[in-house]
Design a protein around this ligand. Structure first.
Ligand code: MG
Length: 258
């Protein structure tokens, strides 16, 4: 069942989105050779709580971290640990924040120091595929329009999209209907309607699309060991078009409740 949100609910999610954005901006400045993902996790948690938010991921089905930190061939769901980042790595950071009962969710993949040309291209293509998916978030389109736009752009650039994990509706729960796959034909899936809020999150592999789970039953890796990138935004469907709740201008986006 798809739960559409009122304008007041979307404003609450936008306020959570501001904290998600602030946390990712903080991470952008802290991701560097020598730092551990556990240290990043501590910084993120302190930041989120200082803003009055709760790190949504912490305790979710027993997940121990406040962020997911997924380096290199890890696709998503990395538990922050003593892994020390080194020059040339890439690091996916996924952040969820609950404020006043409502959730926003976003992710970025950061370069660590100087990265290879192909890694740089993987990051660029993945982020652009997300933006192309978001551009399809128009009332009357279907979820498949988003999926198709992402897949088309990624595969046109010689990379592959992960198929076994998908984006999702978001609201009071982190994972609501509908599922938002990053692949498939444009005419499929539920129709996009005003008040729907979805997290779109392309996971893009340098090599094949196949993935496998790590020994900790959380981390997902590319099967062929190639690099993987992940970008995500929480997006509200409005009659004026897509409204990114976790974007860089999210602070200005929050409207005062009337
Ligand atoms: Mg998500």
């Amino acid at each position: 069942m798809i739960i559409r949100k009122s304008e007041a609910e979307i404003e609450k999610m936008a306020r959570a989105g501001v904290v998600v954005r602030g946390c990712l901006d903080l991470m952008a400045g802290e991701v560097r050779p020598g730092v551990t993902t556990k240290e990043l996790d501590g910084l993120a948690e302190r930041y989120i709580r200082s803003k009055g938010g709760v790190p949504t991921f912490k305790g979710y089905r027993g997940f121990p971290g406040s962020i997911c930190a997924s380096p290199n061939d890890m696709v998503v769901h990395g538990i922050p640990d003593k892994t020390r980042l080194k020059d040339g790595d890439i690091l996916g950071v996924d952040v969820g924040v609950t404020m006043d009962g409502y959730i926003a969710d976003a992710a970025m993949t950061f370069p660590v120091g100087e990265i290879s040309e192909v890694a740089e291209r993987l990051l660029r293509v993945t982020e652009e595929s997300l933006m192309r998916g978001i551009a399809q978030c128009r009332v009357g389109n279907r979820v498949g329009h988003i999926s198709h736009a992402v897949q088309n752009y990624v595969e046109g650039n010689g990379f592959s999209v992960v198929q076994s994990m998908v984006g999702h509706g978001v609201g009071r729960e982190m994972h609501e209907d509908p599922q938002v796959p990053n692949f498939g034909p444009p005419g499929q899936g539920p129709e996009l309607r005003e008040g729907m809020v979805i997290a779109i999150e392309p996971m893009v592999n340098e090599g094949g699309f196949e993935v496998e789970m790590g020994d900790d039953s959380w981390a997902i890796y590319t099967k062929d060991g190639s690099l993987s990138a992940h970008f995500e935004h929480t997006v509200a469907i409005t009659k004026k078009g897509p409204r990114i709740l976790t974007g860089s201008n999210s602070e200005k986006n929050v409207r005062e409740p009337n």
